[in-house]
Design a protein around this ligand. Structure first.
Ligand SMILES: [Zn+2]
Length: 97
């Protein structure tokens, strides 16, 4: 799949995220390929109030996250613009000069 036309799917993800934030859990079509309904999981933060919704397509595997802090959810586009800087595996990659 080419990496062009990203704007369309981005808008669709925002739309899906807002539906989740509005309380929907089922019947949200995959924003990327429209091939299945998204699975919505709530993942609470361990260290602070809030959590995040994980939106995953069971067919094509597309996944996105929607951050929720306290009572007021952050706009979905903030999530879509932030990169996931979470890599727990950092071994075997050391180069010494
Ligand atoms: Zn899909």
């Amino acid at each position: 799949m080419p990496c062009s036309g990203d704007d369309v799917s981005r808008r669709a993800w925002i739309d899906a995220a807002q539906r989740v934030l509005a309380g929907e859990r089922d019947g949200i079509a995959c924003p990327v390929n429209d091939d299945a309904d998204l699975m919505v999981d709530w993942v609470p933060f361990e260290t602070e109030i809030g959590g995040e919704f994980r939106l995953a397509c069971p067919r094509c595997g597309e996944t996105n996250f929607v951050l929720v802090r306290g009572d007021s959810p952050t706009p979905a586009r903030r999530v879509l613009e932030s990169d996931e800087a979470e890599s727990a595996s950092e071994e075997g990659c050391a180069s010494d000069g």
